[in-house]
Design a protein. Structure first.
Length: 573
């Protein structure tokens, strides 16, 4: 490599006080004599440790430093990375593929300044290369472990393929009764390749911060997708013939009926990853090409039940805290499925719980287990519904009740009456905004004169993806982009992609909301049976910030992109 490059590396190390000029000269002499890299020469002479040199190089070049000690130097096991870069090439050049997203490949390198190697990797893999830095020794150890494990897994899958191909052909030819093959199906679900594959699918989803895993059968293939920060991404799927064993393995783990293929089934799995308890809700439904499985992942260690960290504006938090600390009344969280209503309600309970308050919840399902709160799981098959549980709750001397969802007139009536007789009731409704909650209750069958005095507050909520703080890019939006949009800033931010966000440009989510307070003026209009438009008009006059306005403020602050804010609040303004 050019000498100027070595001098730059040497100057970096001198600047940091790790070597002196005399040591650099000696290392350059050894480098020329033996034809090795400058870093290798410095390490060989004992002037610097490998970890020191790599860490400081990564810092100066603004390239992430991965090490075995941090657990970050761990290649994704189910993305076919070993097929992109062979073991021989990896060992020869001290490179290690870590993860792949669309056309981008993250690679650990001992020398990220080697532009020729990066160009060769780009041509070899057909991907854009995102280098991270690691020590040569750490890369060598990981290569040995990763490629050895991958070859074992490939061999096991090939053996399973050869066996199962014959069975599949027999079933299609009518030579095998599906009921009679049940024992074989159970046996195949317990085979090592299938067990490993299911474990890898779940583990990889957790590492990618996915909230859901979708395993979908089609005529000639399986589709495997992860939902990350609210968006679905396709992942390289397993072979089609492994669909039945994989679904059967999931059923066994979730304690479902492996023989039932005609009806939907629901179950749960509790796993531990690095001592972290993770709940997985399993849903299986029959489709025309076989059973589809969706696994909802709830990593309790990654969820912070703190209202201050949800993303609400200070003024919104103030209004919410007044309502949730009231002695009685009804508070509703509204929004579509997956908008964070349950998480916000759990954060509210965590904040207001006290030894002096008796709090009871009825939920479907109980997603967050909160110490000091009595939580009940809905079980319709034995008659334990929201309405029946609520009737029993009133005999339990409650101060605060949480109802997972108001779905029918009976549940709504009990909630309203409880709020009017001295209880604080928290619940959810499926409406697109806050003002619609009032008309929804009236449409269900609640009289306006009952809604007005019982309702304290309605919060409509959505979740926005947050821009990755490590790689977001500032830009000045074009005039066409800002048509009909008023901004208080001339600078916005857009996603780029880096190893820390797995090249997605976004990492994590925050909420936007509109908080509607039911004051005396609002009660007057509700009593009169005012339309949705009138209720919204009064709420806006009283200072309610809309979902659209909340999203635009997040974009102005650089928390999210303008495109993300507009896509989530589409039709909200």
């Amino acid at each position: 490599m050019p000498q100027e490059k070595y001098l730059r590396l040497g100057e970096l190390l001198i600047k940091e006080g790790l070597i002196n000029a005399a040591q650099l000269e000696k290392a350059i002499v050894l480098q020329r004599q033996e034809g090795i890299r400058l870093g290798e020469a410095l390490i060989k002479l004992g002037f610097i440790k490998e970890e020191q040199m790599v860490a400081i190089l990564g810092k100066q070049l603004n390239i992430p430093y991965f090490s075995l000690g941090t657990g970050m130097l761990k290649p994704a096991a189910d993305q076919g990375l070993q097929n992109l870069i062979s073991q021989d090439f990896a060992l020869k050049n001290s490179v290690l593929p870590l993860s792949r997203t669309l056309r981008s490949l993250t690679v650990a390198m001992s020398d990220p300044l080697d532009l020729i190697l990066i160009d060769n990797l780009k041509k070899l893999t057909g991907c854009e290369i995102n280098p991270v830095i690691a020590t040569r020794s750490d890369i060598g150890k990981t290569i040995e472990e990763f490629y050895g494990r991958s070859k074992m897994l490939e061999t096991a899958v090939e053996e399973s393929y050869n066996i199962s191909t014959g069975e599949t052909a027999a079933v299609e030819a009518g030579l095998m009764d599906e009921e009679l093959s049940l024992d074989k199906l159970i046996a195949r679900a317990e085979e090592a390749p299938v067990v490993k594959l299911v474990d890898l699918i779940i583990r990889q989803a957790i590492n990618e911060r996915a909230s859901d895993i979708h395993l979908e059968p089609f005529k000639e293939k399986i589709c495997l997708r992860y939902r990350i920060d609210g968006k679905l991404y396709e992942i390289p799927p397993p072979a089609k013939h492994l669909h039945l064993p994989i679904i059967s393995r999931i059923k066994i783990l979730a304690k479902l009926d492996i023989a039932e293929k005609r009806l939907p089934q629901d179950g749960a799995i509790l796993v531990r990853i690095d001592e972290r308890p993770i709940d997985i809700r399993v849903s299986i439904i029959p489709t025309i090409y076989g059973e589809k499985g969706v696994l909802r992942i709830l990593d309790r260690s990654s969820v912070v039940l703190d209202l201050n960290q949800m993303g609400f504006d200070p003024k919104q938090l103030e209004l919410m805290r007044i309502a949730i600390n009231a002695p009685y009344g009804l508070v509703f969280m509204t929004g579509p499925t997956g908008s964070g209503k349950t998480t916000t309600l759990s954060a509210i309970l965590s904040e207001i719980k006290s030894p002096t308050k008796n709090i009871i919840t009825i939920e479907d399902p109980v997603e967050y287990k909160i110490e000091g709160i009595n939580q009940v799981q809905v079980k319709p098959e034995i008659g334990l519904t929201f309405a029946s549980a609520l009737r029993s709750f009133l005999r339990q001397d409650p101060d605060i009740m949480l109802v997972g969802e108001v779905r029918d007139l009976e549940t709504a009536q009990i909630c309203i009456r409880s709020a009017l007789t001295g209880h604080l009731v928290l619940s959810t409704l499926h409406t697109n905004d806050a003002p619609t909650a009032v008309t929804r209750l009236i449409d269900i069958g609640i009289e306006p004169f009952m809604v007005a005095p019982s309702l304290l507050l309605v919060v409509a909520q959505r979740l926005l993806r947050k821009l990755c703080p490590e790689c977001k890019q500032a830009y000045e939006p074009a005039a066409e982009q800002l048509r009909n949009i008023k901004l208080k800033t001339e600078l916005l931010y857009k996603p780029k992609g880096c190893p820390k966000c797995n090249q997605l440009g976004y990492r994590g989510r925050t909420c936007i909301a509109e908080v509607m307070v039911i004051n005396e003026e609002m009660q007057h209009y509700i009593n009169q049976g005012a339309s949705f438009q009138k209720i919204r008009e009064v709420a806006r006059a009283n200072g309610m910030q809309t979902l659209y306005e909340s999203g635009i403020k997040k974009a102005e602050a650089g928390i999210t992109s303008l495109e993300e804010a507009l896509s989530v609040t589409f039709g909200a303004e």
